[in-house]
Write a protein that binds this ligand. Structure first.
Ligand SMILES: [Zn+2]
Length: 314
């Protein structure tokens, strides 16, 4: 007899766990409440008016296939403890209150208008999308949908908070030259995280960023001199490449084994991409190319053109 009781109990617990129970938005915090992004063509005029005049937050999401009576009770208790007067029905709904579509997953949303009156509505995927700007299709269960909604709300909040909280860091990040940032992807990621709030910033990330800011090579003063150095090197590389091109004028000549064209071009391309200082060996090689090509007189070029193409002309 006791056994049977326990059995029934544990079954009913299992059923409840298919639905979700948490309060997703703080209804007293206007930042977590959203105004409709768009107005559905499927809504009646009175629904459009209601939607336009209120801000919304999701209370809970339930799976209509399982029924959700106990979840609704809990949502109601939680919500009425923060908002004493909530108008609206808490029964299980089979159709969206706003557009009339049949429901599988139901979002219970609370709306608060400018007069601080609150209403509760049970709506479906389409209407959630219209309000929160999130496409709800394709989510396999209410739990996933809830996670997405919670994440979107948190991101929105962080996107407002972070640019203010990390204003100094953002300014510094933006002052780091792009080529340097591209070598340290973390810095690019941080710009995105601060601006878009795409994920929370942990203490560890904060400290890591600070360690970057204190590094000498990332001192804004050194950026300027580093850039000057890069410009100088680039100027030299361009000059040598032009010199080689002026001697090896044709595609054919440039592809010959004795032409320095591909050697110089590959060094220049790599430098443009990574800005890493040239190695001693590269510099030596470039110097040799420079002296060799500089030594060509007009006459020797002519001779070279006349000579056997398989013979190295110098
Ligand atoms: Zn709807």
């Amino acid at each position: 007899m006791y056994y049977g009781r326990f059995y029934r109990r544990s079954r009913s617990v299992n059923r409840q766990s298919t639905s979700t129970t948490s309060l997703l938005f703080d209804v007293n915090d206007p930042n977590t409440m959203t105004r409709p992004k768009d107005v559905s063509t499927k809504w009646s005029k009175s629904t459009v008016d209601v939607a336009r005049s209120s801000r919304y937050g999701v209370v809970t999401v339930y799976d209509n296939n399982y029924g959700a009576t106990s979840v609704l009770k809990e949502s109601k208790t939680r919500l009425t403890s923060v908002l004493p007067k909530v108008n609206g029905s808490w029964d299980v709904h089979t159709h969206c209150e706003w557009c009339g579509q049949a429901l599988d997953y139901v979002a219970i949303i609370v709306g608060i208008n400018d007069k601080n009156e609150s209403t509760v509505s049970h709506i479906g995927c389409d209407c959630v999308g219209k309000i929160f700007g999130i496409n709800w299709f394709g989510y396999r269960n209410a739990d996933n949908a809830k996670k997405v909604l919670v994440e979107a709300a948190k991101s929105r909040r962080r996107a407002e908070e972070y640019p203010v909280k990390y204003a100094k860091e953002l300014l510094w990040l933006k002052s780091v030259p792009e080529f340097l940032r591209n070598k340290h992807q973390f810095l690019n990621d941080m710009i995105e995280i601060i601006e878009k709030g795409s994920r929370p910033i942990s203490k560890k990330m904060e400290n890591y960023l600070k360690s970057y800011m204190s590094r000498k090579e990332f001192d804004p003063k050194t950026f300027a001199s580093a850039k000057l150095e890069i410009d100088k090197t680039l100027e030299k590389l361009t000059m040598i490449l032009r010199l080689v091109e002026s001697v090896d004028t044709t595609e054919d000549a440039r592809s010959k084994p004795w032409s320095a064209y591909s050697f110089v071009r590959s060094i220049k391309e790599r430098f443009e991409m990574y800005h890493s200082p040239l190695t001693a060996k590269q510099m030596e090689g470039l110097n040799k190319v420079y002296t060799r090509y500089k030594g060509f007189t007009k006459k020797s070029i002519e001779n070279k053109m006349k000579g056997d193409a398989n013979e190295i002309p110098w």
